[in-house]
Design a protein. Structure first.
Length: 524
């Protein structure tokens, strides 16, 4: 199952393991168990510090296993579970989750901000997370990896990755139609398009006392604080660091929306890449510079002035001479009845993540731009039929995409219609109500899923009243990325810069940083 190249790479990764780790597989019978046992045996062959064990450990299934670690010197008992378990074969996107869990269990440093680590470490309640994933989901590993780190930080926390494709009865029992889907102590905690920052927000909401535990030593006055870590934010941070400035970056995740992009073919000088690879490259480039990175956190409030004051979701306060806002945008919602109520239960925003849950079923894509038509073409390879609903009389997508969709036997396109309601019964989407804009007649289309692809909404609400924004929420900037507040700059999709493209965002981030440097020179 694991190629020689992968095994050789793993041997390099595991050379510096500090503690022994055992992979303990539940005994029993399952059609996939031999495959999983072979997978784990191969994996453990790369290091003397890795051991494969088969044991009745009272786990979920014969295809469930957990990580067992050697005790610390302070303990007198034998090896113990570290709270991390997997149900299924963590291949595909989840292979990295397993490898990281092994390395971190063996002593590799966790890549969590100190304030976030303090919050998690101070949770006193017993928390057991179940993370339902799809191996084709490129967002799921972030959630799995974050919760694995939480378990390593706090013995009160345990977490289990569950491959939904191998547990159809459980998926049906819980009405899961989207991933990642996270359960806490048996109850739905978060589902649909979620990330680590949102998990942290929900933990703070559930256990508000942990915020006070996050108070760490305040950073010294920063020259530049960048909010956001997409192409614009990373470019801004690197350009500022190259000027020798004190730079802090605050972001819910490195990569931003880019991380959700499957194929990228218009980044000049890079003929073809993926969102995941580009994100990895952005992270690697950041690591070359002395930049303080606070990931999985958001900025709740900015107070303008000669010195800007930023309050984070962790309760921390950062003071900075300048601020560059590069928070990008999020998926725009339809705003119709039944949408929010059914996110993760038939309403989705990521066809790559959630498409496999609708195999053999009829679905809708709302939106006829490039993202909508691309989603329809992607879904058509998995589902029974796709109906595209477009508000305007004509599609907005590139003609090459439109031609492909029109020629596809599994795609129907309905134009000049307004989506009115997502209809669900017994917790599952069953139809979409829409209005013909020419006749005003309301119709219903029977289907099992609705994929919303109607554009993006700027992430700028936290700056309400601080800088000028358009009616759509874009931050108004001039040719130097300056906002209406002195010392506050904006770049990328969150701003009024036209043409939301990766290459443009990178350039705007660099420009904003250079403008911030000029501003600082004028203040001296």
């Amino acid at each position: 199952m694991l190629s020689d190249d992968i095994l050789n790479t793993l041997k390099t990764y595991t050379q510096n393991m500090q503690n022994k780790v055992s992979l303990v597989l539940q005994t029993g019978e399952h059609e996939k168990r031999n495959e999983l046992a072979e997978f784990l045996t191969q994996l453990c062959s790369v290091s003397k510090n890795l051991t494969f064990i088969e044991r009745d450990a009272n786990l979920r299934s014969p295809i469930s296993f957990f990580l067992e670690v050697e005790p610390s010197q302070m303990q007198t008992t034998g090896p113990v579970s570290n709270g991390i378990s997997f149900s299924g074969i963590p291949s595909g996107h989840e292979f990295n989750s397993l490898i990281l869990a092994i390395l971190q269990s063996s002593g590799t440093d966790l890549k969590l901000d100190d304030s976030l680590a303090s919050m998690v470490a101070n949770i006193t309640q017993t928390l057991h997370f179940e993370v339902f994933i799809s191996l084709s989901c490129h967002n799921c590993p972030d959630v799995v990896q974050a919760l694995n780190q939480f378990a390593l930080l706090n013995s009160n926390i345990s977490t289990e990755m569950i491959d939904g494709g191998l547990f159809p009865d459980l998926i049906s029992e819980r009405n899961i139609q989207g991933v990642p889907s996270v359960y806490l102590n048996g109850e739905l905690f978060a589902n649909g398009k979620i990330d680590t920052a949102q998990l942290v927000d929900k933990l703070i909401e559930k256990f508000p006392n942990i915020v006070s535990a996050a108070q760490t030593q305040q950073l010294p006055l920063q020259d530049v604080t960048v909010i956001g870590a997409g192409p614009a934010g990373v470019a801004a941070a690197i350009y500022a660091a190259r000027k020798g400035l004190n730079v802090t970056m605050i972001a819910d995740r490195i990569g931003g929306q880019v991380k959700d992009t499957v194929g990228i073919e218009n980044l000049i000088s890079v003929p073809k890449t993926t969102g995941t690879q580009l994100t990895n490259n952005l992270q690697a480039h950041l690591n070359d510079y002395d930049i303080t990175i606070k990931e999985f956190l958001r900025v709740d409030k900015v107070v303008s002035g000669d010195i800007k004051t930023l309050t984070l979701s962790s309760g921390e306060v950062i003071e900075s001479k300048t601020v560059i806002v590069a928070t990008g945008a999020k998926w725009r919602e339809l705003g119709v009845p039944g949408e929010k109520e059914n996110i993760g239960s038939g309403v989705a925003y990521c066809p790559h993540c959630d498409g496999p849950f609708f195999k053999g079923k009829d679905v809708a894509v709302v939106g006829g731009g490039n993202s909508g038509i691309e989603a329809a073409l992607d879904l058509a390879s998995m589902v029974n039929h796709v109906t595209v609903f477009e508000f305007l009389p004509e599609l907005k997508a590139d003609q090459v995409l439109v031609d492909k969709a029109l020629a596809h036997e599994k795609i129907t396109i309905i134009k000049n219609v307004a989506t009115k309601e997502v209809i669900a019964k017994e917790g599952k989407v069953v139809a979409l109500a829409y209005q013909d804009r020419a006749t005003e007649v309301i119709k219903e289309q029977a289907l099992a899923g609705v994929f919303v692809q109607i554009g993006l909404l700027p992430n700028s609400d936290f700056l309400n009243g601080v800088v000028e924004r358009t009616t759509h929420g874009e931050i108004v900037i001039n040719e130097k990325c300056e906002t209406t507040a002195a010392g506050i700059f904006a770049a990328g999709d969150v701003s009024t810069v036209p043409y939301k493209q990766i290459v443009i965002a990178m350039g705007e981030g660099a420009k904003a940083s250079l403008a911030a440097f000029d501003y600082l020179l004028q203040q001296d």
